[in-house]
Design a protein around this ligand. Sequence first.
Ligand code: F6R
Length: 257
Amino acid sequence: MGPSLVVVDDPRHAARLVVDEIDELSRQARGRNKPLVLGLATGRTPIAVYDEIVRRVEAGRLELEGAIAFNLDEYCGLEPGDPHTFAAWMRAKLFDRLSWPAARVHIPSGNIAAGERDRHCAEYEAAILAAGGIDLQLLGLGRNGHIGFNEPGSPRESRTRCVQLARETLADAAADFGGGAVPQSALTMGIGTILEARRVRLLAFGEKKRPALRRALTPPADAELPASFLQQHPDARFFVDAAALGPTRTGLGIEGA
Ligand code: F6R
């Protein structure tokens, strides 16, 4: 078993395939009179997916009316209006472009008082359950193998919680903060939360992701490479480009697309 692997030409190719699945799930959800529940990610990797969603909705080729979104994570300590929040990023890249109702957007509140965080995280988990669970969780891959902000060492059973960001994560975020202070902690769904999504779709592009990708695909699953826990998910698929995959494909179970 383990994740199936689809080699794509580029992020736009991956976006078309992922949005095909979102379309299929959206139709199924409407057939059952239930809202589609999407788990969403920020970062460079999913941008083409959001562009493709917007393109299809505007062209009348995708119906997302009533869909509910849960984002993976949010930095701690930023003011709500701060443009560096993932909430602001998601509004700009997706929600505002589709006039997605705020009541159907869920993003952990990173500016909640420290004493309230555990309660807030438990409520986040409860809201996912109340929505019927996540139909499809979109993921990027950190250079250190993180998914969401589950940094190396995150347990398989972890749930939504406050975490300290790893050195590589802070270094990668530095450019986005243009020399300003990068938050040292974040709220993130846990590995356990992510593994409960019915489908998990991870995207990884470019050579920088290669070491983490290869370790994620190589058993055994290990907390030092959190994405490797996706080996234990019954419906995980990785969309990767040739640069992320590298020259040696033996034993990786590649599916064409
Ligand atoms: C984003 C997230 C992170 C990113 C990962 C890759 O919400 O949770 O795990 O997916 O850091 O980031 P990019 O896509 O910028 O390479």
